[in-house]
Design a binder for this molecule. Structure first.
Ligand code: FES
Length: 122
């Protein structure tokens, strides 16, 4: 593979696309796409805050997990979870960004309110 090849990365669920050089980390691609993915370890596989997921059929689009990533993620790897700071992009790929926990809580409450269950949740 030519090292200068551009790779298209699509981030879901917001469908943000970015083109990056082959081999850059998913975390770099996340930043280039303008997505905020808070981390604490500076990309050293220490904080596990950069977890993203890919569909099983697209796992080969990323560099295989390192030993450090295998140790940190364990069986989550089988579910397509990767550490964005450790996974390098090799081919075009779609990546699922997890929903922010606070936004998820608000969304669940709004959905419950629409169903008339708001008093139980607030
Ligand atoms: S940035 Fe901390 S584990 Fe990836």
């Amino acid at each position: 593979m030519a090292p200068h090849k551009k790779i298209n990365v699509t981030f879901l669920p917001d469908t943000r696309r970015v083109s990056v050089p082959h081999g850059v980390s998913l975390l770099e691609a996340v930043h280039r796409a303008g997505i905020v993915l808070p981390t604490r370890c500076g990309g050293k596989a220490g904080c596990l805050m950069c977890k993203v997921s890919v569909d099983p059929g697209e796992s080969a689009a990323l560099r295989p997990p390192s030993e450090a990533e295998r140790r940190k993620l364990g069986s989550l790897l089988d579910q397509g979870v990767r550490l964005a700071c450790q996974a390098a992009v090799w081919e075009d790929v779609s990546v699922h960004i997890p929903e922010d926990p606070l936004k998820a809580a608000v969304r669940r409450r709004l959905e419950a309110a629409r169903r008339g269950e708001a008093e139980d949740l607030w």
